[in-house]
Design a binder for this molecule. Structure first.
Ligand SMILES: NC(=O)c1ccc[n+]([C@@H]2O[C@H](COP(=O)([O-])OP(=O)(O)OC[C@H]3O[C@@H](n4cnc5c(N)ncnc54)[C@H](OP(=O)(O)O)[C@@H]3O)[C@@H](O)[C@H]2O)c1
Length: 207
C-alpha cells in the first residue's frame, strides 16, 4: 500500500519507520523539507511535497491538532481518501484538553475537511512506543483503539495496524474520539505529570 505521513516529528518519524518496515511504500511531507528528507532517508521512504502526498491510498495525519486542518487542506482535494487522525487537542502545558465532552479533534477535522474517510487511531500511543513497534518494553502487545463512522476505512486501518503487530480494539464510531482523546490525555499525565515515563501505553485488560 502507498502511505503518506503528514509531519516528520516524533510521531511522523515513528510511522515512517513502522510502515516502511512493514513493506509499504512510504511518502513523508512536512513544512521543513529537510526534516522530511532526513526522516525519509533514515527509513527508506521518500520526502515529497503536499500535493504528491495526496496520491497515497492511506494518509496519516501526524501534526499538532491546531495544524491538522491546514495540513490536510494543503494536500488539495483528498475526498474519498482514508485518513488516520492521531491528534490530541492538548493545552500548551500538555496537561489538559482544549476541547472535549461535546466534540473532539477528530470530529472538528471532519467538519472542516468533509469527504475524507477519517479514522481515529494511534492517538493513545506515545512516540517512543510507536518507534519501538508493537511490543512494549514490558513485553505486552500495544493496543491501538480505532474509531470511525466509515466501516470500510476502519477495516482498512485495522488490517494495516494488525499486520504491523498491534492489537486493534474496535472503539466504535468517530464520536468516541472524545473518549480516546481523553484517554491519551490521561496517558500523558501518567507519563509526564506522574513521572512514569513514555514507555507505557493504555492496554485494555481481558481482551
Ligand atoms: N508525541 C507523542 O508521543 C504523541 C502520541 C500520540 C499522539 N500524538 C499526537 O500526534 C501529533 C504529532 O505529535 P508530535 O509529537 O509528532 O509533534 P511534532 O514532533 O511537533 O511534529 C509535528 C509535525 O507536523 C508538521 N507540520 C505542521 N504543520 C504542517 C503542515 N501544514 N503540513 C505538513 N506538516 C506539518 C511539522 O513540520 P515541521 O517540523 O516542518 O514544522 C512536524 O514535523 C499531535 O497531534 C500529538 O497530539 C503525539
Amino acid at each position: 500500500m502507498k502511505v503518506s505521513v503528514i509531519g516528520a516529528g516524533n510521531m511522523g518519524s515513528g510511522f515512517v519507520k513502522q510502515f516502511a518496515q512493514a513493506g509499504h511504500t512510504v511518502l513523508v511531507t512536512a513544512i521543513d523539507g529537510e526534516k522530511a528528507a532526513a526522516v525519509a532517508k533514515a527509513h527508506g521512504a521518500t520526502a515529497v511535497d503536499a500535493k504528491t502526498a495526496a496520491s497515497a491510498d492511506l494518509i496519516v495525519l501526524a501534526t499538532a491538532a491546531g495544524d491538522a486542518v491546514t495540513a490536510l487542506q494543503s494536500l488539495g482535494d483528498i475526498s474519498g481518501k482514508t485518513v488516520i487522525d492521531i491528534t490530541n487537542p492538548l493545552t500548551a502545558d500538555y496537561m489538559g484538553l482544549t476541547i472535549g465532552h461535546s466534540t473532539s479533534s477528530a470530529e472538528e477535522i471532519v467538519k472542516a475537511v468533509p469527504g475524507i474517510r477519517l479514522v481515529k487511531a494511534f492517538n493513545t500511543v506515545f512516540a517512543q512506543v510507536l518507534a519501538g513497534g508493537a511490543k512494549l518494553p514490558s513485553g505486552e502487545q500495544v493496543q491501538v483503539f480505532v474509531a470511525s463512522d466509515d466501516a470500510a476505512a476502519k477495516a482498512s486501518v485495522t488490517s494495516v495496524a494488525a499486520d504491523m503487530g498491534f492489537k486493534v480494539v474496535d472503539a466504535g464510531g468517530l464520536k468516541n474520539a472524545r473518549y480516546l482523546e481523553a484517554v491519551a490525555g490521561f496517558n500523558i499525565y501518567l507519563g509526564y505529570g506522574a513521572g512514569l515515563g513514555t514507555a507505557i501505553a493504555p492496554v485494555w485488560a481481558g481482551l
